[in-house]
Design a protein around this ligand. Sequence first.
Ligand code: GLN
Length: 250
Amino acid sequence: MTIGVLALQGSFNEHLKGMHSLLFSLKALRKLGAKGVEVRKAEQLEGIRALIIPGGESTAMAKLAEYLNLFPALRKFVKSGKPVWGTCAGLIFLADRADGQKEGGQELVGGIDCKVHRNYFGSQLDSFEVEIPIPVLVAQEGGPETFRGVFIRAPAVVEVGPEVQVLAECRVMSSAKQTNQETVSEKFQPPFPPPPDGEVVVIALRQGNILGTAFHPELTADTRWHSFFLKMLGESSDSHAVAADSEDNN
Ligand code: GLN
C-alpha cells in the first residue's frame, strides 16, 4: 500500500516524514508494507492508493505540473475516488474555482465543489498560527480539543457546494483582524487587501474522498490529520486492517 506525495515543489518532505512516522507506529500498515513515495511523473500515479498534494506555491506547482503534463493524470486520479488530500497550495489545486489570482489565472486540478481565495489572509508577512477547534479530530482520536493551525500565505474557502462537508471554519474578527484568538499582522498591502471583518471562512473541508486544509498539519508534530487521512484510505479500500489497526494503536 503506497501513499504518494506530489513532489514538484513545497513541503512534500515534511508530509513524507509525517506519514512515515505514523506508518511506523501502525502495525497492520507495516505488515502491508505501507509507505510514502514522491510522485513527479504521471505513471507514478498508477501505483499509489492515495495522494497528498502539499503546501507551497500553487502557481509554481501548476507551471511544473503543466510542463510535466501531469494535469490529465491528476484529474483522473481525483475522479477515481482514491483519497486525495491537499494542504494549503494543495487545497487550491483541488478547488473547482479560485479567486485572488493574477489575470489569466492558473490551471487547477479541481474535485472539490468550492471557491478558494488564494491569499485570503494576506502576504507572507501575514502568516500566523492559531488553535482551531476541529470536532472531527476530537471525535476520531480523543485528546486535545484544538489543532494548532499553521497558516502561511494561507488561502481560505469562500464558497462551498452542497456536497461539501465543512470540517473547520474561522471568523475574521474586528478591525484588529483577529482569527479566533490570535492577531493577524496589520501589514496587509495591495495586492492583498485585508479580509472583511466578521467574515466566516472555511479552512478544512471534505467532499467524498477529497480532503482539503488551508493550513499545514505537516509542519506540526501532531499527526492527527495524517491519521484522519489514513482512516479515509482504510474506509475506501478493501483493506479493513488499516482502520482497525489505527484504532488499536491510539
Ligand atoms: N497562497 C499560496 C498559493 O497561492 C499557498 C501558500 C501555502 O501553500 N503555504 O499557492
